[in-house]
Write a protein that binds this ligand. Structure first.
Ligand SMILES: Nc1nc2c(c(=O)[nH]1)N[C@H]1C(S)=C(S)[C@@H](COP(=O)(O)OP(=O)(O)OC[C@H]3O[C@@H](n4cnc5c(N)ncnc54)[C@H](O)[C@@H]3O)O[C@H]1N2
Ligand code: MOO
Length: 436
């Protein structure tokens, strides 16, 4: 269950005063590292929504519709039988004629469910309500339900569900499989949707191994098996993966775009955000003519995270190598950036009563995986920057302000992409804030 919420969520929206990213980054670079909140704002406001694109129906599931779906003809578009039986004209008895021919008074013809109603038909008589003798004579069974031959009985009239010109699915709808079926029955083949950002991943580090138990000096890759799923949960489309070692040349080639397939909108790197001889993020971005939008954040863990933009418009998010630090940096920068590119708002923090004293960390926001017990938020254990145990069982993560939080006071808490929103029941969902 959700912990008690004492303040409504405040989803972040594009605000006019913050749309000049260069001004924002310049102002941020003049002072210390941006705060956690400033970093989130910057990651949201540095990107414009991707253009919409036309896709097949199956490809549109899970996407946001940008152009309404109209009924070009009535739904259904012809009057049909709702039952297997006979199309009939009048109250009977009837003479059976060839199917598909117009019916005159006292006429009947065999029809199947969904079959096109012949002209002159006044009703459909269900098979179980009629008695045919030979191929010609049809009469009403004595035990047939009353009203079986009344005009309109068991007929699906044309336009019953929609008339031509009706808006079947408005723009801004997050398309579920039933929407797609509706578009199909209305005769549509393609839909216009908001394009989702394509996100490539570059995993760095020669000590990183991808299977089995790592030997001393090696680490098992914490990102490869799960990052694509998180990218999807954040509204992106996984766009390829590259593994490289620690050399500058490998970094340069990887960031230059040595990916197979389509060019990504965002590249996420892991590791190499430090400032040692084996950390090449900044040099590679500079060599490619890119600029750092953000270099470090006043938060723990994840403070070395970097956000850059290349001249071709691609964004690069540099996540630290430490696994929890990387995930917290991904929430801080990746969630808002993907939201902006995908043209939706992202969730702000809810407030939950803290069950524990949370120590101050002067000048820094602490991001702490937490669990909810009796509607109180408690910091999880095992939340060192390189640890995953705490995050694995967390219900969300706290953004503990620099001055700390006393037990019993509200603390900002955010959901993880795979946990329930920290929100009141009438709050809109993560992907529902499409900007028309
Ligand atoms: N002198 C300083 N050293 C460090 C500082 C500092 O401020 N001064 N900051 C520390 C912090 S905080 C972090 S976070 C890390 C940032 O490191 P990098 O982003 O350069 O990452 P690496 O050095 O490549 O790796 C750090 C750590 O993470 C492990 N790693 C890397 N990739 C993976 C992976 N795919 N799966 C699991 N673990 C991974 C790597 O083996 C290292 O143990 O710098 C600190 N140092
Ligand atoms: O940012 Mo490092 O965050 O603590 O592992």
């Amino acid at each position: 269950m959700l912990a008690q919420e004492v303040a409504a969520n405040t989803p972040l929206f594009r605000t006019p005063e913050l749309t000049d990213t260069r001004e924002l980054t310049d102002s941020l670079q003049r002072k210390h590292a941006p705060t956690w909140a400033e970093a989130r704002q910057l990651a949201y406001h540095c990107a414009a929504p991707l253009p919409s694109s036309t896709v097949t129906l199956a490809e549109a599931i899970g996407c946001t519709l940008t152009s309404e779906v109209i009924a070009h003809q009535g739904l259904p578009h012809y009057a049909s039988s709702a039952m297997d039986g006979w199309a009939i004209n009048g109250g009977g008895p009837w003479t059976i004629t060839e199917s598909g021919r117009p019916l005159s008074a006292g006429g009947a013809s065999v029809i199947a469910t969904g079959g096109l109603l012949p002209s002159g038909a006044t009703a459909v008589l269900r098979k179980e309500s009629g008695q045919a003798s030979g191929d010609v004579h049809l009469s009403l069974k004595h035990d047939a339900k009353p009203g079986e031959t009344l005009p309109g009985r068991h007929i699906r009239p044309a336009g019953e569900e929609a008339t031509a010109g009706d808006v079947l699915i408005p723009a801004g709808t997050l398309l579920n499989p039933a929407h797609i079926a509706l578009a199909a029955v209305a005769g549509h083949d393609h839909l216009q949707i908001q394009r989702k950002p394509r996100v490539a991943v570059v995993l760095t580090g020669s000590e990183v191994v991808t299977s089995g138990e790592p030997a001393p000096g090696q680490v098992r890759d914490a990102f490869g098996p799960q990052l694509d799923a998180v990218i999807s949960q954040l509204g992106g489309v996984p766009g390829g993966r590259l593994r490289i070692g620690d050399s500058y040349d490998e970094w340069l080639t990887a960031l230059a775009g040595a990916h197979e397939g389509q060019r990504p909108d965002v590249t996420i790197t892991t590791g190499g955000t430090g400032k040692s001889g084996t950390d090449h993020f900044r040099d590679a971005v500079a060599a490619l003519g890119g600029r750092l939008l953000l270099d470090g954040i006043a938060m723990r863990p994840g403070h070395p995270a970097v956000l850059a933009e290349l001249p071709d418009g691609r964004f690069i998010i540099g996540l630290p190598g430490n696994p929890l630090a990387a995930m917290m940096a991904l929430m801080t920068l990746g969630e808002p950036l993907l939201a902006a590119l995908g043209n939706h708002c992202f969730q702000g923090s809810g407030h939950v009563i803290s069950g524990a004293d949370l120590e101050p960390t002067p000048g820094k926001t602490r991001l702490v995986p937490c669990t909810f017990v009796h509607e109180l938020a408690f910091p999880a254990s095992h939340t060192g920057p390189g640890m995953m145990r705490g995050l694995a069982w967390a219900d969300g993560y706290m953004a503990v302000p620099p001055e700390g939080v006393a037990a019993g006071a509200p603390v900002p808490v955010l959901p993880l992409p795979w946990t329930a929103p920290i929100s009141s029941p009438n709050q809109r969902g993560r992907h529902s804030g499409w900007h028309a």
